[in-house]
Design a protein around this ligand. Structure first.
Ligand SMILES: NC(=O)c1ccc[n+]([C@@H]2O[C@H](COP(=O)([O-])OP(=O)(O)OC[C@H]3O[C@@H](n4cnc5c(N)ncnc54)[C@H](OP(=O)(O)O)[C@@H]3O)[C@@H](O)[C@H]2O)c1
Length: 227
């Protein structure tokens, strides 16, 4: 298809990333999905429209190798979904420094560094999306809890805004996405919504944002969130 859209979904072995891959494929997109180790879920989606590649976003050499492997490709949407919630239930002082720092690296630093490395693979007027969380909102933090995870997503929001401002002349858009509270390994069994509800909503929102510029912080229904 000449006008087939092309997306790169980073962190797609399971959970929301895997659900997004399935949804974009169903909607006729070409998809490159990344995993860290072989994913049964991605293997089950095998199709000519799907390319599976390997990358750990915390590993600069692995990101550079992926960038090289995907040379010649141009993506309408690059969505960095990968994230961790290690010891998220513990108050900050109870989380070892190296664990807290690793959460910050994976959730805030690595996604934006990944986007920077792949900017030359983004289509004209393309979209960069980062998986944030409503827990990253400073203004909406009335309940506390998930302290280090919250801070990592707040940092992601701040870094993504600065990234968009720094590249504003380039004409692409940035979406910081809250997927809802979703029943995945991270979200747990008591979460509000299932993966299909979240990924269908996110895909609708992202398709609606294609071609738009600026930086928005929205949820899977398209609602704008307070910073
Ligand atoms: N579930 C929710 O309610 C919820 C709410 C708000 C935000 N989020 C965010 O949504 C994203 C996905 O969450 P999920 O619920 O789908 O969690 P999940 O089921 O735990 O999946 C996490 C995904 O991230 C990948 N990943 C982790 N660290 C990575 C790294 N260094 N490099 C590459 N991939 C890495 C994992 O790969 P492996 O399989 O290799 O570990 C896995 O594919 C996260 O950013 C999370 O913070 C989730």
């Amino acid at each position: 298809m000449a006008d087939q859209k092309n997306t790169l979904i980073v962190g797609a072995s399971r959970g929301l990333g895997l659900g997004l891959v399935e949804t974009f494929l169903k909607r006729g997109w070409r998809v490159t999905a990344t995993e860290r180790s072989p994913s049964q879920g991605l293997a089950a989606l095998a199709s000519p429209a799907l390319t599976v590649a390997t990358a750990d976003i915390d590993d600069d050499a692995a990101v550079a190798a992926l960038h090289q492997r995907l040379s010649g490709q141009s993506f309408d949407l690059i969505f960095v979904v990968a994230g961790v919630a290690t010891q998220a239930h513990e108050p900050l002082h109870a989380v070892p420094r190296d664990v807290a720092a690793q959460v910050y690296l994976t959730n805030a630093i690595s996604p934006v560094r990944f986007a920077e490395a792949f900017l030359d693979r983004l289509s004209q007027n393309g979209l960069v999306a980062f998986m944030s969380s409503i827990l990253g909102s400073v203004g909406l933090n009335e309940a506390g809890g998930w302290e280090n995870y919250r801070a990592s997503k707040a940092a992601l929001n701040t870094l993504a805004r600065s990234f968009e401002i720094r590249h504003r002349e380039a004409g692409f858009g940035v979406v910081l996405m809250h997927p809802g509270w979703v029943r995945t390994e991270m979200g747990g069994a008591d979460a509000d919504i299932d993966v299909p509800t979240s990924v269908t909503g996110m895909t609708d929102v992202l398709e609606g944002h294609l071609g738009q510029t600026g930086c928005v912080y929205v949820d899977y229904t398209g609602k704008t969130l307070d910073w």
